[in-house]
Design a protein around this ligand. Structure first.
Ligand code: AHQ
Length: 239
C-alpha cells in the first residue's frame, strides 16, 4: 500500500466511525420513523447549513492563492447560488441548491418565508454551522478543503435518504427532491477534486494529522447539527 493509499484509508476510517450516517436521527429518518414535525424541523434547520455553504466556499477561495484551484472550486458556489440567465430574456439561468432546498421545504410543508426567516433556527444548529464557517475563514485553505471530505460519504447517505423519503413519507411531494438528485452528481465531483488536493499537498505525518483533525472537526459539525434537531423545538415555539 502506498503512502497515499494509507492516508486515504485513514481519512475514510474517520468517516466510517464518525460520519452522520451513524447519527440516530438519520437512522430514524431512513427507517421511516420521523414525524412530519421532526422532518419539517430538520429541513428548516438544514437550510441554515445550505445557505452558509457558498459563504464558506467563498472564504476558501479568498484564502487560496492558486488560480487553477480557484477555477475549479468556484463551481461549488454556482452549484448553490445558481446562475442568472444570459440576460437575453431567453432564460438559460440555472436555479442553485439554495432554491432547490426551498422547494424541498415546500414539498415537506414548510413555506419559503418560514425557511428564509430562520425563525425556527435552533441555537445548536447555528453554533455548529457558524463554527464551520469560522473554521473555513480562519484555518489554512487546505485544512478547509480537508474538512469538505465528508462528501466522500455524501452519496451514500443521499441515496439512502431519497429511497427512505419515497417509501416512508408519501406526504412529501417527490417533485421537491431534486436537490438530492443534483448532489448525487455534484458531491462525487467535489470529493474527487478535494481528495486529490489533500493527498497531493499533505505529505508529512504532521500535515496528515492536521487533515484528519479537520475531517474529525467537520464530523462534529454535522453530528452537533443533528443533536440539536433531535432535541426538538425550543420551549414556547408554537407547534
Ligand atoms: O448538500 C451538501 C453539500 O452541498 C455539502 C457541501 C460539503 C462541504 O463542502 O462541506 N458538504 C456537504 C454536505 C451536503 N449534504 C449533507 C447531507 O447529509 O445531506 C452532507 C454534507 C457533507 O457530507 O459534508
Amino acid at each position: 500500500m502506498t503512502a497515499t493509499d494509507e492516508f486515504t484509508r485513514r481519512l475514510r476510517g474517520v468517516l466510517e466511525r464518525r460520519y452522520h450516517h451513524l447519527h440516530p436521527f438519520n437512522q430514524r429518518m431512513h427507517r421511516g420513523e420521523l414525524s412530519r414535525e421532526e422532518l419539517q424541523l430538520w429541513v428548516t434547520n438544514r437550510f441554515y447549513y445550505q445557505v452558509k455553504i457558498p459563504i464558506k466556499d467563498a472564504l476558501i477561495l479568498a484564502n487560496c492563492p492558486e488560480p487553477e484551484v480557484r477555477r475549479k472550486w468556484i463551481q461549488r458556489i454556482v452549484d448553490h447560488d445558481g446562475r442568472d440567465g444570459g440576460g437575453d430574456g431567453a432564460g438559460g439561468g440555472e436555479e442553485g441548491g439554495i432554491e432547490a432546498w426551498l422547494r424541498l421545504g415546500e414539498a415537506m410543508g414548510v413555506g419559503r418565508e418560514e425557511m428564509v426567516s430562520h425563525r425556527r433556527l435552533l441555537p445548536g444548529v447555528r453554533f455548529a454551522v457558524d463554527a464551520y464557517v469560522e473554521f473555513c475563514r480562519s484555518r489554512p485553505w487546505l485544512e478547509a478543503v480537508a474538512a469538505s471530505l465528508t462528501e466522500l460519504f455524501a452519496p451514500l447517505i443521499v441515496k439512502e435518504r431519497l429511497a427512505a423519503i419515497l417509501s416512508h413519507y408519501p406526504w412529501v411531494d417527490p417533485e421537491g427532491l431534486q436537490y438530492f438528485r443534483n448532489r448525487l452528481a455534484q458531491a462525487p465531483r467535489d470529493a474527487e477534486h478535494a481528495i486529490a488536493l489533500v493527498t497531493e499537498r499533505f505529505r508529512t505525518r504532521a500535515d496528515q494529522e492536521r487533515a484528519v483533525a479537520a475531517l474529525d472537526f467537520k464530523c462534529d459539525v454535522l453530528w452537533c447539527l443533528l443533536d440539536a434537531v433531535e432535541r426538538g423545538p425550543l420551549p414556547g415555539w408554537e407547534a
